[in-house]
Write a protein that binds this ligand. Sequence first.
Ligand code: NDP
Ligand SMILES: O=C(O)C1=N[C@H](C(=O)O)C[C@H](O)C1
Length: 252
Amino acid sequence: MTEQLAVAVLGAGGRMGAEAVKAVDAAEDLKLVAALGRGDSLDSLAGTGAQVVVDLTTPDSTEANVRFAVEHGMHAVVGTTGWDEQKRRNLDALLEAHPGTGVLIAPNFALGSVLASAFAAKAARYFESVEIIELHHPDKVDAPSGTAVRTAQLVAASREEAGVSASPDATTKSLDGARGADVEGVRVHSVRLRGLVAHQEVLLGGPGEQLTIRHDSFDRASFMPGVLLGVRAVASHPGLTYGLDGYLDLND
Ligand SMILES: NC(=O)C1=CN([C@@H]2O[C@H](COP(=O)(O)OP(=O)(O)OC[C@H]3O[C@@H](n4cnc5c(N)ncnc54)[C@H](OP(=O)(O)O)[C@@H]3O)[C@@H](O)[C@H]2O)C=CC1
Ligand SMILES: O=C(O)C1=N[C@H](C(=O)O)C[C@H](O)C1
């Protein structure tokens, strides 16, 4: 048998972390060497032989976790939200000083979600209007979701490239928040509702028609094939990759 890849999971006691621990444990080619929670020192990672660190923690701790991993020669697969442009730029600079080390920041690990965002970006140039609704469980701490932000970025880039104007909107009077958040010119609406896991709709409107691109994660098991794909591929993608689509061939 070929040697197993040594994997550490940060945020191991959380909803996603616990699922990732099970998925890594069950994979024959991977070996779980550490499962750390909030109280555990990152220093304890150093002696574990971890080659890949999976970060599923919180927006306020993920940056320091990833920095530690990179500075200690470990690749990182990151599902945690909060990686704005400035943080990604800082990480890029750090990775330049650590050539050969790879970091994947994946706003969503569910393959269906990655495809839905790619389809939405392709479609967005053909419609006058586009808005995004993301729907999540009420224990989520951030809004809008990282997936919605990433989708809005892809949609905005596609529309800009095609020279499409901003979505029409005659609103001059509204209550604060009524029109959602503006992410690169795309309106994003966040719903938090008990019973939900992670869901998103991209609404595309043209004269007399609407296309809705919807993805539903009913269970966190939906994220695990993407986590495992990231863990297995990150070492062969040095530098920073933003979005699991960077590891897939979605261009045709
Ligand atoms: N990319 C993707 O596909 C997905 C991404 N996510 C994202 O992943 C993140 C985690 O989500 P979720 O599992 O639902 O959240 P949880 O709150 O359930 O889990 C986060 C866990 O991280 C722990 N933690 C906090 N700080 C640290 C630290 N410094 N070191 C180690 N562990 C720490 C928390 O401990 P404590 O409870 O003690 O605070 C908690 O157990 C969120 O940003 C979420 O948006 C979620 C689903 C899918
Ligand atoms: O917190 C969650 O649950 C999720 N977070 C990610 C996000 O913010 O996009 C991914 C998925 O939507 C679930």
